[in-house]
Ligand binder design. Structure first.
Ligand code: DP6
Length: 302
C-alpha cells in the first residue's frame, strides 16, 4: 500500500537538549514549539511484495530512515520492501534541520501505508523514536512534548505569530544534534539549566495563555541562550553560531522592535514576532535571505 504525508518543521520556544535515554529518545526536560507553515517535508511511502529491495531517495540519512521503517514494519507484522520518496519545501543547502519534518511525515505516511490505525499520541511516540523533535511536528499549532509524547496546546490560528527564518550560509559541516544530546550532561551548566527550566516553562505557558508577546519573546531568547551556553561548554563543545548569526542577533536587538531571536543546532536565526510587526521586521532583515512562517497544522495525510 502507498500513502503520502506532509509535515512541518517546528521551532522550539523551550528547547529539547539532552536525553535521559538515548535509544528511546526520552528528554530530560519538556519542550514547547510552534509548527512552521513554509518549511515542510512531503514523504511518500509504498510497501510492496514486488519490490526486490528497500529504496530511499536521499533525505536525512538512509540508514536512520530504514531503521525507523523496520520499527514500523515490526509493529504491523509486515516484511514487504519499501520505497520512500522525500521532498523538502526548503533547499537542502540551507542547513534547516529537516529531521523533525522528515520523521513526522515518514511516520504518518508509513503508518497509513502499513494499514496501522494509531492515535495522534501513538504517532508522536513513534516519531520520537526517529527524531526527538519530530514528535512535536505531529500535533497542530503550538505543541508541548513532555516525557513520551507530544500534544497540541493551541491550534495554529490561536495566535498570529511569525517565525521569520534567516538563512545563514554555512560552509562548515553541521555537527549532528544526536551526538550533541549525549554529551550535554558533561557541561557544568547542564544541571543549572534543568533547575531553571520548570519556572521558565511555566512562564512560557503563561505567556502563551495570556498572549503576552513581550514575556514570550523574553523567555524564548533566554532559553535559546541558555541552551547554547550548555552546548558551548559541553565536551566536546558545540559551537553553531558564525559571524552572520551574531550579526542578525545584534541587528534584531539594535532595532528595538518587538522581535526576539532563537537558534537551533545550526547557524540560522529564527526571528519571532507578531503579525502586526512583520513588515518592520522584514525591512530590518532586508539584506538577508528569509522565509516567513506562520503557525501551522501538524503532520497529515494528503
Ligand atoms: C537544538 O530532535 O534533532 O533543535 O532526537 O537526535 O533527532 P534527535 O535530535 P533533534 O534535536 C533538536 C535539538 C534542537 C532543540 C529543539 O528542537 O528542541
Amino acid at each position: 500500500m502507498k500513502a503520502t504525508a506532509i509535515a512541518p518543521a517546528n521551532i522550539a520556544f523551550i528547547k529539547y537538549w539532552g536525553r535521559k535515554d538515548a535509544k528511546l529518545r526520552l528528554p530530560y526536560n519538556p519542550s514547547i514549539s510552534m509548527n512552521l507553515s513554509e518549511c515542510v517535508t512531503t514523504t511518500t511511502v509504498e510497501f510492496s511484495r514486488d519490490f526486490e529491495a528497500d529504496s530511499v531517495t536521499e533525505g536525512f540519512g538512509t540508514e536512520r530512515i530504514l531503521k525507523h521503517i523496520d520499527r514500523m514494519r515490526k509493529l504491523a507484522g509486515s516484511n514487504e520492501k519499501v520505497r520512500v520518496i522525500t521532498q523538502n519545501s526548503f533547499p537542502k543547502s540551507t542547513g534547516i534541520a529537516s529531521s523533525a519534518s522528515g520523521f513526522a511525515a515518514l511516520t504518518v505516511a508509513a503508518a497509513a501505508a502499513l494499514g496501522l490505525t494509531l492515535s495522534e499520541k501513538e504517532l508522536t511516540m513513534l516519531a520520537r523514536l526517529g527524531s526527538g523533535s519530530a514528535c512535536r511536528s505531529i500535533p497542530d499549532g503550538f505543541v508541548k512534548w513532555e516525557g513520551e509524547f507530544a500534544y497540541s496546546l493551541y491550534p495554529p490560528d490561536y495566535w498570529d505569530l511569525r517565525d521569520i527564518l534567516v538563512i545563514i550560509e554555512n560552509k562548515a559541516k553541521d555537527v549532528s544534534s544526536s551526538a550533541g544530546h549525549d554529551a550535554a550532561p558533561t557541561s557544568p551548566l547542564f544541571q543549572k539549566r534543568l533547575q531553571a527550566l520548570p519556572s521558565r516553562i511555566a512562564r512560557c505557558e503563561h505567556a502563551l495563555r495570556t498572549k503576552d508577546f513581550i514575556a514570550l519573546g523574553q523567555v524564548i531568547e533566554e532559553d535559546c541562550l541558555d541552551m547554547h551556553r550548555v552546548m558551548q561548554t559541553q565536551t566536546p563543545p558545540l559551537y553553531y553560531w558564525n559571524e552572520n548569526t551574531k550579526q542578525v542577533m545584534r541587528d534584531i536587538k539594535k532595532s528595538g522592535l518587538p522581535a526576539y531571536f532563537t537558534i537551533d543546532a545550526g547557524p540560522n536565526v529564527h526571528v519571532i514576532c507578531e503579525a502586526k510587526d512583520e513588515k518592520r521586521v522584514v525591512e530590518c532583515l532586508k539584506n538577508w535571505k528569509i522565509i516567513v512562517n506562520k503557525p501551522a497544522e501538524g503532520a497529515h495525510l494528503v
